[in-house]
Design a binder for this molecule. Structure first.
Ligand code: FAD
Length: 264
């Protein structure tokens, strides 16, 4: 580790002020990704702005036809929250499969989405449910939020405050976990909601994406048989020591059917 300043503001406005005055400062939520990055010197911010003291960034509430989840809400809190379990049970179940007990107790929904790891779970849910990202300065549709591997539409100094998930009629998620990290080798979130049928895929490519062929098929016929003829192209999918692009393409098809079965 090396020297850096540490701030623990208690309001969003104060956090944004510190971040805007120092372009090399970084927000930290649970530290599950950022702390290892600091230890390996992959990231060397001049200051850390700890979001842990900002109460308004935590918690779950219902707003009209949506469930709104604060960016600092932990995976454990998402998995066990009564509102999430009642209105978007697939999201609660997904949160319960993130990493291990320690990661779920420290890691946050906002940290995961701001990080946009290609193998993270939440991006697929956000895309499929047609979520809206509420930041310290604007609202961003999920389709416009994920720009590429570890890259989002967040500007420097802009904080993710909450994520608004429209309540779906049906939703399900399935992933094949990497046995070591539990990150997704390929995961598929299917949802039928106010924005129609949407299918989000994580783990398979360099960034979460919508599987539009599956969306069209499921819009016409919400059943696993509708997916039978659809082949996921391996082009542009990830190949690494854990699995080839062809293997991941096959996983997408299998996980989509499992997600659908779980969605009812
Ligand atoms: C062993 C292990 C296993 C894991 N397994 C999984 C898994 O199976 N599935 C999965 O999805 N994830 C997994 N994760 C990731 C985990 O879900 C964390 O949520 C993720 O690492 C982000 O960590 P964090 O929430 O603590 O954010 P941090 O590490 O504190 O921050 C991550 C990044 O987001 C930025 N940031 C944080 N909060 C905000 C905000 N409110 N606004 C703007 N920027 C912000 C930070 O500056 C930093 O760049 C795993 C992590 C570990 C260590």
């Amino acid at each position: 580790m090396y020297d850096f300043a540490y701030h623990k503001p208690t309001t969003i406005a104060d956090a944004v002020k510190i971040l805007s005055e120092d372009p090399d400062a970084k927000p930290i939520s649970g530290g599950m990704t950022l702390l290892p990055a600091l230890k390996h010197r992959l990231n060397q911010p001049t200051a850390l702005v700890d979001l842990g003291g900002i109460a308004e960034l935590r918690g779950v509430k219902r707003e009209g036809d949506a469930v709104v989840i604060g960016a600092m809400t932990t995976h454990y809190a998402v998995a066990t929250d009564p509102l999430v379990k009642q209105f978007i049970p697939a999201l609660a179940r997904m949160a319960s499969t993130v990493g291990d007990t320690q990661v779920r107790n420290r890691g946050t929904m906002g940290g995961s989405l701001a990080n946009n790891d290609p193998a993270a779970d939440y991006p697929a849910a956000a895309i499929a449910l047609g979520a809206t990202f509420i930041t310290s300065s604007r609202r961003i549709a999920a389709d416009d939020f994920f720009l590429g591997m570890f890259t989002t539409a967040l500007e420097p100094g802009e904080l993710l405050v909450a994520i608004s998930f429209p309540i779906p009629e049906k939703a399900g998620y399935a992933k094949l976990r990497n046995p070591a990290s539990r990150y997704s080798m390929a995961g598929v979130f299917v949802a039928k909601g106010p924005a129609g049928v949407r299918v989000g895929v994580n783990g398979a490519g360099p960034c979460v994406f919508r599987q539009k062929e599956m969306e069209a098929a499921l819009s016409a016929n919400w059943s696993a048989s509708a997916l039978s003829g659809i082949r996921q192209s391996a082009e542009e999918l990830n190949s690494d020591i854990h699995g080839s692009a062809e293997y991941r393409a096959n996983l997408v098809e299998v996980m989509a059917k499992r997600a659908l079965a779980g969605a009812g």
